[in-house]
Design a protein around this ligand. Structure first.
Ligand code: SF4
Ligand code: SF4
Length: 432
């Protein structure tokens, strides 16, 4: 079994045992859907429907002409009750379309994506990075002219604790993942396809190898967070770094998540738009599971479907605990990038600390940083709002993995401070 790794990172307790063996099951259609018009990186969509309109499952209900964007489709047959705004899991207020689903639904049926080449179909289907990055996939499939992208890398690491949605997808739908990988490689002319899976998912590795056939490598990687990050995967397989300020294409690679690959296969082969995704619901809920959920389902409805809370609740996180935001309101919708809902008890979260925490110069944040940064220095300058000094230590190279915050014994809010420094540097023109 071949392995590869990267420098830095951490190995937090995995906590995947509650859901790793549970097959994906559909959540029934909820009584209401709140479909945000911004579920991707890039320009938000404008609603194309109005209150009282009938909509069909798969119908485009939001779009925009900007290149970096992705249309939004109705997940159900139903009626638009209103067009307004909603809060997202990340705390942004965005336009949304509220839909009351019909009592009778045929989820096997949908309005197909119009005929077109692969890139047009992927865009038309609204596909974005389902690992959480939500970058529009059609843009990724269009590398700059003259750049030779020789390798497609699929991320099947699912290195965040608690999450198992990608794991189950690889076990249950390995053929769709492989089909998507082949479509991507053919579209960009890549000669090599590698799928990286952490070694704690042997059944997923076996399923992918059985489905892969000739010419696709399924590689086992050490279990270490953030093994699934784009730059760390490229290093693991190609032993090359993405140059500062450049896209992975500059290193000869295209990286996609395994769930994105399966969605691309469904779009190209079945002309199916992206209207649902698999979400791991775990922690203090009565019935943890991997649920296939219509986009726009409220977190509160999903938790109720998972049997409700099974004890006192300290925090509910959307996504994994290393990078996911804590939810201030449970009436926020599941969106394309929502991979999990993790419910923590009061005894499982660190108590809030008040005021500035001292840096004891232990160096753990620097040792763990997979991007070779000095998090304590960036954070110290950011804490003083000295953006010029913070910018000298390259906050734009931070991949926001949260390893530094996790590692810090005095629990300094490193990631939050580094995000501020990154935003300040980008406002001054620094490129990611
Ligand atoms: S500075 Fe950024 S990349 Fe480095 S550990 Fe912290 S969050 Fe991760
Ligand atoms: S881990 Fe925390 S205490 Fe240690 S050097 Fe980094 S910021 Fe300072």
């Amino acid at each position: 079994m071949s392995k590869a790794a990267f420098r830095g990172g951490v190995h937090p307790p995995e906590h995947k045992e509650a859901t790793a063996a549970l097959p994906i099951e559909w959540m029934p259609v909820p009584a209401r859907l709140v479909v945000p018009m911004s579920q991707h990186l890039g320009a938000p969509c404008a609603p194309l429907v109005a209150a009282g309109d009938r909509v069909r499952r798969g119908q485009v209900i939001g779009s925009v002409d900007a290149m970096v964007s992705a249309p939004i489709h109705s997940p159900v047959d139903g009626e638009v009750t209103s067009v307004g705004t909603c809060l997202t899991a990340g705390g942004m207020r965005v336009p949304c379309v509220n839909i009351t689903p019909d009592a009778e639904q045929d989820l096997a049926s949908f309005e197909p994506v119009p005929d077109g080449d692969v890139r047009a179909t992927v865009r038309g289907a609204g596909i974005v990075g389902l690992g959480g990055a939500t970058f529009p996939s059609a843009v990724k499939l269009s590398p700059p002219k003259g750049v030779d992208v020789g390798t497609v890398i699929l991320n099947g690491c699912e290195c965040e604790p608690y999450l198992t949605c990608d794991h189950r997808l690889m076990v249950e739908s390995a053929d769709r993942v492989i089909a998507g990988a082949k479509i991507m490689a053919e579209t960009i002319g890549a000669k090599r396809v590698v799928i990286g899976v952490e070694e704690n998912k042997p059944d997923a590795i076996a399923a992918l190898r059985a489905a892969a056939g000739e010419g696709i490598e399924v590689r086992s990687l050490v279990t270490r967070y953030p093994q699934g990050a784009e730059k760390q995967l490229i290093w693991a397989f190609l032993k090359t770094e993405v140059p500062h300020g450049k896209l992975p294409a500059a290193a000869g690679a295209l990286v996609h998540n395994v769930a994105t690959a399966a969605a691309i296969a469904d779009a190209v082969e079945l002309r199916k738009p992206l209207t649902e995704r698999v979400v791991t619901v775990t922690g203090r809920v009565a019935r943890p599971g991997n649920y296939r959920v219509l986009l726009g389902t409220l977190v509160s409805d999903l938790i109720e479907h998972a049997g409700g809370f099974s004890g006192d609740v300290g925090r509910v996180v959307a996504g994994g605990p290393m990078t996911g935001p804590a939810l201030a309101d449970l009436d926020v919708p599941i969106a394309k990038g929502t991979s999990g809902i993790v419910v923590f008890g009061p005894d499982e979260i660190a108590p809030l600390v008040e005021g500035d925490q001292p840096c004891i110069r232990c160096g753990r944040c620097s040792e763990g940083c997979p991007m070779f940064l000095q998090p304590y220095l960036i954070a110290t300058h950011a804490n003083r709002r000295d953006w010029t000094s913070a910018g000298l230590f390259h906050p734009v190279d931070c991949i926001e993995c949260g390893v530094c915050s996790y590692s810090c014994p005095t629990r300094r809010p490193l990631l939050q401070l580094i995000r501020l420094a990154k935003a300040a540097a980008m406002a001054k023109g620094a490129k990611l």
